[in-house]
Design a protein around this ligand. Structure first.
Ligand code: C5P
Length: 222
């Protein structure tokens, strides 16, 4: 297989990471969950009591830590320095604040550079909000996953239940709507569908069906 880059974007809880993981496994390529990087930053900022609105303070913190994504059989692990924060970054306090950190242009610049380095010289499937539009504008395949907010909240509810993360369906729906609003309206690389991205509505599709559809779209490149 030649090298391939696949960008998967879309609103919160649209199934991006689940599908991206499956595709990475099937194609034997690297999976990069870019949301995890913004989440890791948020986790550390909350721990250090940093004002998330203060871009300068966030940048100072960012320079002192090392965020590392490690490939594991069952998915990606996230480390801050040597600490494994894979599970901690999924907790509601981080989820509720991550869009505040992600709106800062200087923070995004650092993250985007790191993401582009991860994709250099590798076949990769990367998921996020600005992958097709900013991080990998020349990606071979660009997918924009959407699903109704009710369906997305339901999926996140089940996912959280399995992970033992406390969740309430109505609160999740509100949180998802709020995060989409913040992510879509920020000035620095907002959540948008790239002009050349293919939109897939996954509301009534299973993970397997979505994965198969995307693999079909990737076929000319593999
Ligand atoms: O994908 P996930 O829901 O884990 O992303 C968490 C948050 O990180 C998003 O709501 C968004 O604020 C931010 N993010 C981003 N750009 C990306 C990936 C995530 O701004 N490429």
């Amino acid at each position: 297989m030649e090298s391939i880059s696949i960008a998967i974007d879309g609103p919160a809880a649209a199934g991006k990471s689940t599908v991206a993981k499956q595709i990475a496994k099937k194609l034997g390529i690297i999976y990069v969950d870019t949301g995890a990087m913004y989440r890791a930053l948020t986790y550390q900022a909350l721990l250090d009591n940093i004002n998330l609105e203060d871009e300068k303070a966030v940048m100072e913190m960012l320079k002192k830590i090392d965020i590392r994504l490690a490939q594991h059989e069952e998915g990606q692990h996230v480390f801050i320095n040597e600490k494994d924060v894979t599970e901690a970054i999924r907790y509601p306090d981080v989820t509720a604040s991550v869009s505040v950190i992600a709106k800062h242009p200087l923070v995004r610049k650092e993250m985007v550079t790191a993401q582009q380095e991860l994709a250099q010289d590798h076949s990769v499937v990367m998921d996020g909000r600005d992958i097709g539009s900013h991080v990998l504008p020349n990606a071979d395949v660009k997918i924009f996953l959407v699903a109704s907010v009710t369906e997305r909240a339901k999926r996140r509810f089940e996912e959280n239940k399995q992970k033992g993360i406390p969740a309430d369906l109505h609160t999740l729906e509100k949180e998802i709507e709020k995060r989409d609003e913040l992510d879509s309206t920020r000035e620095a690389s907002p959540l948008v569908q790239a002009d050349d991205a293919i939109e897939l509505d996954t509301t009534s599709l299973s993970i397997e069906e979505v994965t198969e559809k995307i693999l079909g779209i990737c076929q000319p490149f593999i």
